[in-house]
Design a protein around this ligand. Structure first.
Ligand SMILES: *[C@@H]1O[C@H](CO)[C@@H](O)[C@H](O)[C@H]1NC(C)=O
Ligand SMILES: *[C@@H]1O[C@H](CO)[C@@H](O)[C@H](O)[C@H]1NC(C)=O
Ligand SMILES: *[C@@H]1O[C@H](CO)[C@@H](O)[C@H](O)[C@H]1NC(C)=O
Ligand SMILES: *[C@@H]1O[C@H](CO)[C@@H](O)[C@H](O)[C@H]1NC(C)=O
Ligand SMILES: *[C@@H]1O[C@H](CO)[C@@H](O)[C@H](O)[C@H]1NC(C)=O
Ligand SMILES: CC(=O)N[C@H]1CO[C@H](CO)[C@@H](O)[C@@H]1O
Length: 437
């Protein structure tokens, strides 16, 4: 071992020790600092001047979207972990913000304008939209094979046609299907007329195309058919009554603003995942800045007619390249680009996955059983409204709920309505539920 190597090794050791002691004594939430076995590349980029400062490079993988890989999970109890090839830095966002400033600007490639180009060449199927105004039209991002999920939505929250005379609409977005699935999609379309199919790939990596196909359809073909448009996933449950209350009460002021509304917002501190194994991985050549602009979690994004049009116009002149995270791209990058950030962004809910009443969307992607998960959340919603389906009227259970009258489509699950009727007729259950609501 040469003298230089020896010195570098000691320097590495001392630095590690210093950072470890700093973490423990100062009590900063520097939960973990992981060094590569070759200490040099990282330590070269680390400077300690009062606060820990990391100038990161390709070698440093930062956690994002709160997604940590297995190594991080299994070793979460340890303060320091060695990793062979990659290095991770996990610090509280407060410390991290000292290290990497909040979002400032988009990468040059997204700021540049190209010649306008439509997102989609052709639509294969279009929905039939009921005439008349609506408060919100929901677009559910789906994929060919998920007909069961679509049916579940048609039987639950998607079956609400109106609340207190304010209409809702529902459209499913799919891309190109394999032959067998295309046959089924055609059957679905004939039955429900609620599918917008664009000639884009159906895969996860092409979600931005799928979502923007809806923007295109709205911009060029659909006309002014709804006050607001909502985008959600086929494993999400929308809390229709809460949405109704919020958008009905504030409709005029919300229409006057140019704002994107999120079920859950990611701040301007959000970091692209640089972990190649992550579903959210974004390479440096795809997104070169250290932070994302604020964006919405894809589980629920709402915008007015005008805001959707503004975003779509920008989409036509903006490169997408290999950027595959549809929520970041549309609600973050494109929104930010419009008029230099003139579309603001705001959040409706506070907690991403919480099932608490106050949130507007329940994300069921992590549930084992979609049907069960939908069931309890949906029942809770249903109980608060008086339901009208055909000639049947089932009153809601709370005293104040009587003012909310929901009309349901024929697709509404009859067993759920029967259950609703049973529950509201059962004194003890009713008492229990009233307490809960
Ligand atoms: C990383 O930091 C976050 C935020 O402080 C914390 O919730 C998480 O548990 C940390 N992860 C590990 C593996 O220590
Ligand atoms: C980042 O977000 C914070 C809080 O929302 C805000 O105060 C700050 O101005 C934002 N910074 C930039 C550069 O947009
Ligand atoms: C879909 O797009 C592909 C390639 O752009 C084209 O070859 C194909 O004919 C299109 N399909 C339909 C049904 O329009
Ligand atoms: C859309 O129609 C509504 C009435 O249904 C109207 O209030 C609104 O201004 C129209 N919006 C646009 C962008 O034309
Ligand atoms: C946006 O801001 C940049 C830099 O601040 C400026 O060069 C550009 O002209 C602005 N674009 C618009 C549309 O205002
Ligand atoms: C990546 C890594 O360092 N993993 C370690 C996590 O902790 C276990 C148990 O202490 C080790 O065996 C792994 O090597």
């Amino acid at each position: 071992m040469g003298a230089i190597d020896f010195l570098v090794k000691w320097k590495c050791f001392l630095r590690r020790l210093f950072i470890f002691v700093l973490g423990v004594t100062v009590g900063v939430n520097m939960t973990m600092v992981i060094f590569p076995s070759r200490c040099n590349p990282l330590t070269r980029n680390m400077e300690i001047s009062g606060l820990l400062r990391v100038v990161y490079n390709e070698d440093v993988v930062l956690p994002s979207h709160n997604q940590f890989n297995e190594e991080l999970r299994t070793n979460s109890s340890q303060k320091i972990v060695r990793v062979q090839e990659k290095s991770f830095v996990n610090m509280s966002s407060k410390i991290l913000s000292e290290v990497i400033p909040f979002f400032k600007k988009l990468p040059e490639k997204y700021l540049r304008n190209r010649k306008p180009r439509r997102q989609v060449k052709e639509f294969l199927l279009r929905p039939v939209v009921e005439p008349g105004p609506s408060l919100i039209m929901f677009f559910v991002k789906s994929a060919c094979q998920y007909s069961a999920r679509r049916d579940l939505i048609r039987q639950t929250w998607g079956s609400i046609e109106s609340i207190n005379q304010e209409n809702f609409r529902l459209v499913f977005l799919v891309g190109n299907c394999k032959e067998l699935f295309q046959v089924r999609i055609l059957e679905e379309k004939d039955k429900h007329h609620d599918i917008l199919q664009a000639n884009v790939s159906d895969g996860y990596k092409f979600l931005p195309d799928k979502v923007l196909s809806a923007y295109q359809w709205l911009y060029y073909e659909a006309g002014n058919i709804s006050n607001f448009y909502g985008f959600t996933d086929d494993d999400c449950l929308i809390k229709m009554l809460d949405i109704y209350k919020y958008f009905k009460v504030n409709r005029n002021s919300l229409l006057a603003k140019n704002t994107v509304y999120c079920g859950y917002i990611y701040s301007n501190e959000s970091l692209p995942s640089r972990n190649p194994r992550s579903k959210y991985y974004v390479a440096y050549d795809v997104y070169s800045e250290a932070r994302y602009p604020q964006f919405c979690h894809g589980g629920l994004i709402l915008a007015s007619h005008k805001t959707v049009a503004d975003i779509y116009r920008i989409a036509e002149v903006t490169e997408r390249g290999r950027f595959h995270l549809e929520d970041v791209y549309v609600a973050g990058i494109l929104r930010e680009k419009v008029g230099n950030g003139s579309i603001s962004i705001t959040t409706l809910g506070k907690n991403r996955f919480s099932k608490k009443y106050k949130n507007f969307v329940v994300h069921l992607g992590l549930s084992d059983n979609l049907v069960t998960a939908f069931h309890s959340s949906w029942m809770t919603q249903l109980m608060t409204m008086t339901i009208h389906k055909g000639n049947d009227v089932i009153p809601g259970i709370s005293k104040t709920s009587k003012q909310y009258h929901a009309t349901m489509k024929p697709t509404t699950s009859s067993s759920l309505l029967a259950m609703h009727g049973f529950l509201q007729n059962n004194k003890n259950v009713k008492k229990f539920l009233l307490k809960k609501l």
